[in-house]
Design a protein around this ligand. Structure first.
Ligand code: AMP
Length: 494
């Protein structure tokens, strides 16, 4: 089945073709038709499944349908989608040219609003709209913290058909009355589970209260928890549930490997793997910002081109890092969880969990950066002795046992060998080079790593309060003040 069967307008189909897509992904096959009919949607889809196009394509079609003049009759007409807040160099020229014809002539209120938990994801959705809508003349403004408000205000004043925003900065604009959401017809909440995890629920509710009740709402989430169901019950009307695949399973295109590595040997193992394997484009996850910088420095010293992305970097540094990685200037991008959210880079061949994620959901999100759409990828996780409970959390969440192996050809540094608690015992393997799964019992016996029923996320540390950063002073999940900007909000600590 191709995209033409949905009844999408010619201009949208042309955009899809130009993006190089021939066959809809499962979530697209399920969501596009009801979305085109104006139905409210709950989309349960992991990142990397093509969920962005699943809501952007019907959104473009419906906006254009509401205004015929938005569809360009000419072939190859340049897009008039507006510039990102911090456009890439070439893009700025392109957009300046294409938007100049409208400046001052058209003043309109946003008719579609997409809310995302992170700046990177907002930018990614903006890029997708730009990509698929290239044969249409719709204006898009992307709004997030960490960059100047003035530029955003200027763009919003010029008028926008679509606003893509993170909650904190959008609330800032609402408070300043620099955005008017009273004409919004289509509302999308992307990665709603993450939005709730990050404490954005009250912000999101305030935003929704400013949007007309008579609208189409699409909510996308990797998991459908009780909280998501509660939110959906409040804001959706008779929603159509679309679910692509078993939501706890990572994409089938990803091969997962787990290797034993102590904290002392991880760096050497990483360098060994990067030197030994043909890994072209590698995303390495560190639990902390400091750790990300440290890894990056060590890789550079070993002659491996690497760059780090985390919230201590300015937005433009983050964008530059991402662009450089996309262009292949850096072989390795080292990221913390939140900074990596929304990283949509085609062709990431390997994801390496230098630090195993604390939450099983994060594991799914992390490894979903590779094996996107139909491509294949490898996910490698380093497992230290103290990580066993995290591993069990992941196994329980996914419903599968993962053997922890020793990395072929890797000899831990001397202090490892002298260690009184050899790393091989940790993995539960019977022999240092064994690749057999752990025997039942052993180190796992008697341990009850599973979460309490009341614990919403699948942490292997159920008794601990939810914290945002490993090794830092613990703090509970952030609650935003009514009108705080993203720049000063909790998630930017990542
Ligand atoms: P998403 O889950 O929306 O972040 O999309 C993941 C990746 O899949 C992106 O790089 C998209 O460009 C790509 N993609 C989305 N839809 C399709 C499709 N129908 N065919 C091929 N690639 C796609």
């Amino acid at each position: 089945m191709g995209f033409t069967t949905f009844g999408l307008s010619d201009h949208v189909i042309k955009g899809v073709k130009a993006a190089g897509y021939t066959t809809p992904t499962p979530i697209q096959s399920l969501a596009i038709q009801p979305a085109l009919e104006g139905r409210d949607i709950i989309g349960c889809a992991q990142t990397g499944t093509g969920k962005t196009a699943a809501f952007v394509l019907p959104l473009l079609h419906r906006l254009a349908e509401g205004n015929d003049s938005l569809q360009s009759p000419r072939q190859n007409e340049v897009s008039a989608i507006d510039a990102p807040v911090q456009p890439a160099e070439g893009q700025a020229v392109h957009n300046a040219r294409t938007t100049s014809g409208h400046a001052g002539k058209r003043h309109h209120y946003p008719r579609a609003l997409v809310i995302t938990p992170t700046r990177e994801l907002a930018q990614q959705v903006h890029d997708a709209v730009h990509n698929y809508g290239r044969f249409m003349t719709l204006r898009t403004v992307v709004v997030y913290g960490g960059v100047s408000m003035e530029n955003q205000i200027k763009l919003l004043r010029r008028g926008a058909d679509i606003v893509i925003a993170t909650p904190g900065r959008l609330l800032d604009h609402m408070q300043r009355r620099t955005v008017d959401l009273s004409k919004v017809q289509i509302l999308v909440l992307d990665e709603a589970d993450r939005m709730l995890d990050m404490g954005f629920i009250n912000d999101v509710k305030k935003i929704i209260a400013a949007v007309p009740r008579d609208r189409q709402t699409m909510l996308f989430s990797a998991t459908i928890s009780g909280d998501i169901k509660g939110l959906a019950a409040d804001i959706l009307r008779n929603p159509h549930l679309v679910e692509a695949g078993e939501r706890r399973n990572p994409a089938e295109t990803i091969t997962q490997h787990f290797y034993s590595a102590s904290p002392q040997s991880k760096m050497d193992l990483l360098i060994h793997a990067l030197e030994k394997e043909k890994m072209e484009s590698v995303l390495v996850f560190s639990r902390t910002k400091h750790g990300a910088d440290k890894i990056c420095r060590r890789l550079e010293r070993s002659g491996i081109n690497a760059i780090a992305i985390h919230s201590n970097r300015t937005q433009s540094q983050r964008q530059r890092a991402l662009d450089g990685f996309k262009r292949g200037e850096f072989r390795v991008l080292v990221a913390t969880d939140i900074a990596a959210r929304g990283i949509d880079v085609d062709g990431i061949s390997h994801v390496i969990n230098y630090d195993i994620p604390q939450y099983a959901e994060d594991y799914i999100h992390r490894i979903g950066r590779t094996g996107r759409a139909t491509a294949t990828g490898d996910a490698i996780t380093f497992v230290a002795r103290d990580d066993q409970q995290h591993l069990r959390g992941i196994e329980k969440y996914i419903g599968k046992r993962f053997p922890v192996k020793t990395y072929d050809g890797f000899t831990p540094p001397p202090q490892e060998i002298r260690s009184p608690k050899p790393i091989t015992a940790m993995s539960g393997s019977r022999h240092p080079m064994s690749t057999h799964p752990r025997p039942s019992g052993g180190l796992h016996a008697g341990v009850s790593p599973y979460k309490k029923k009341s614990d919403k996320r699948h942490s292997a540390y159920p008794k601990k309060k939810k914290t945002f950063e490993y090794g830092r002073k613990k703090k509970p999940a952030r609650k935003l003040d009514a009108f705080s900007s993203d720049a000063g909000s909790g998630w930017s600590n990542y």
